[in-house]
Write a protein of this length. Structure first.
Length: 561
């Protein structure tokens, strides 16, 4: 990663860190962390947080930990852990030897909970979850004290110890902080610190524990144990900051990180809720977490996005405290610009129509040398075979066409890219009147040249029939038809029925046999494509990453108006 990519523009978080360093706070040290919950795959919103946390650590010569918030084993598994590690590395970041799990601190967390009980700042409560919600009050009405709030310290320690020993069933008892049931911040109304969870095998601790700490108790302590200086999180945790500080202020721990909130990423034509993404997978609307239509990092990678394009996107959208929604076109332009500069060109015909060159020498094959990139000589050249039978795209031919149609028409001429000018002399149809073949003639004097006086309307791509590689091409588009699919009603009601179109008889120039899964190319005049990660040499599958132009711009304009 270049220095330019790693250095984001100034923002309020960097201003805070600059002031802290100037004041020698934390002895000038900067330590951040990225703390995902391993209950699903990361999405593009997580990429913003990854780039922020690791980017700041890099820019300030600090450290960034990868820590899994694994306090809810009912929804977590090792598949998600491995996927998250892969995504962070793929984006270009490394936590070195600083891989942690919240479960690493379960014993310390238990001891800190006992410390709160001994200080009469936590108690065991027998209310059910529903009763706790009822006692909590509302935004306009204070809560009510639990009838178990005044239990004695020794009784609370005994009950909490027995909770750990497994004497009580799920939901029978919880440990709560004793703070203020009249607080205007509902999060401070005696929040739950521990709950009982039987019958689960934790991916790190096995069956050792049957009580698990809540996020609002675990997170600040994990930060403090690891020596984090700046705990960066999204705005929905702003109301939780007083509890974050309360926990650290009331236990015997020296480090007290500063929690700073920033706006989360909202992206048009997507949903960012992990619950909804899980529903899309489990209910079969997509073909898995890495479906190229998903906004997951795994899906974007499989679709052909590059790490650089996603880092560029995260830099462009910036960091602020204001909630906003980013246009999908911003993300698409990032990958379009990246691939325009770095993707080699290839010719592929998605809707083949056979062309026979009647005057081309029978059996002759020419090897034409062409550039891999029109503006980058460093990418070198390749050879492509040219013969008397070719495929062109059906969209590039009309028997009759308006004057603005700059491709091949009956009786007209067109140039084949990197090759000759041809003229359509005859149209062959089947018994149903469908065009099945064109008989054309070529001008041997036009290879790489345009003879004086010869006017040709356009240039089209082609593939030699005898050398063509047959492939499946998947044309991916936006998953939803509305910019804000979950704004009202059921988000599934605006799923795009055309988000995937599969073409099975596409033909591609033979050089693609040298491609490896994950390689990205521009199919000339068609868009940017990626060889699917699960493809093989015998059955190549290409995923469309993005079109050459923003084909949704007009649709969006009509929708907004």
């Amino acid at each position: 990663m270049s220095d330019n990519e790693a250095t984001a523009s100034g923002n309020f978080i960097r201003q805070i860190i600059d002031r802290d360093i100037a004041a020698n706070k934390n002895s000038g040290r900067v330590a951040t962390r990225f703390p995902p919950e391993p209950n699903g795959y990361l999405h593009i919103g997580h990429a913003k947080s990854i780039c922020l946390n690791f980017g700041i650590a890099s820019d300030y010569q600090g450290t960034c930990n990868l820590r899994f918030d694994d306090t809810n084993p009912h929804k977590e598994n090792t598949e998600y852990i491995e996927a998250i590690e892969k995504d962070v590395h793929w984006l270009g970041f490394d936590w070195e030897d600083r891989l942690y799990f919240a479960s690493d601190y379960f014993e310390q967390l238990f001891d800190f909970a006992v410390e709160l009980i001994r200080a009469n700042k936590a108690y065991v409560c027998d209310l059910s979850a529903e009763e706790i919600r009822s006692y909590r009050g509302t935004l306009t009405e204070p809560g009510r004290d639990s009838p178990y709030r005044e239990r004695g310290v020794e009784e609370n320690i005994d009950l909490f110890t027995r909770m750990r020993a497994g004497e009580f069933s799920d939901g029978e008892r919880v440990l709560r902080a004793r703070i203020d049931m009249a607080s205007p911040n509902i999060n401070m109304r005696d929040p739950t610190l521990y709950r009982i969870r039987h019958g689960v095998i934790h991916h790190q601790t096995g069956e050792e524990w049957c009580i698990y700490p809540m996020y609002d108790f675990t997170h600040p302590i994990s930060d403090a144990v690891e020596g984090i200086t700046h705990s960066l999180c999204t705005l929905e945790f702003a109301d939780h900051r007083p509890l974050y500080d309360w926990v650290l202020d009331n236990i015997s721990i020296e480090c007290h990180p500063q929690q700073i909130e920033f706006s989360r990423l909202n992206l048009e034509y997507t949903v960012m809720s992990k619950r909804k993404l899980t529903e899309l997978v489990s209910e079969g609307y997509v073909e898995g977490w890495d479906d190229p239509r998903m906004p997951t990092i795994a899906g974007l990678r499989r679709r052909g996005f590059t790490p650089a394009s996603i880092r560029d996107f995260c830099t462009r959208i910036g960091i602020s405290k204001s909630e906003n929604t980013v246009e999908m076109g911003v993300l698409e332009n990032c990958i379009r610009e990246d691939l325009n500069s770095h993707a080699p060109r290839r010719m592929a015909v998605l809707h083949p129509l056979k062309v026979v060159l009647a005057n081309y020498p029978e059996g002759q094959v020419e090897e034409l040398e062409v550039a891999n990139h029109p503006q980058d000589e460093a990418m070198g050249t390749r050879t492509i075979p040219f013969s008397g039978e070719l495929f062109i795209d059906r969209e590039d031919f009309r028997e009759t066409a308006p004057s603005k149609f700059k491709r091949l028409v009956a009786g007209g001429e067109v140039r084949l890219r990197n090759a000759y000018v041809i003229r359509c002399d005859e149209v062959i149809k089947d018994v149903n009147g469908e065009i099945i073949e064109l008989h054309c003639s070529y001008d041997p004097a036009t290879l790489g040249a345009n003879p004086e006086g010869r006017k040709v309307k356009g240039v089209i791509h082609w593939v030699s029939v005898a050398h063509a590689v047959t492939a499946e091409v998947r044309l991916y588009d936006r998953l939803f038809t509305r910019p804000a699919p979950d704004a009202s009603g059921d988000y599934r009601d605006c799923l795009n029925p055309d988000s995937l179109r599969t073409l099975t008889q596409c033909v591609i120039e033979p050089s693609v046999r040298e491609m490896r899964p994950g390689d990205r190319f521009q199919f000339e005049r068609e868009g940017y494509f990626c060889l699917d990660e699960e493809a093989d040499a015998e059955n190549p599958v290409f995923n469309r990453t993005v079109t050459l132009r923003d084909s949704w711009a007009k649709i969006e304009q009509q929708y907004r108006s």
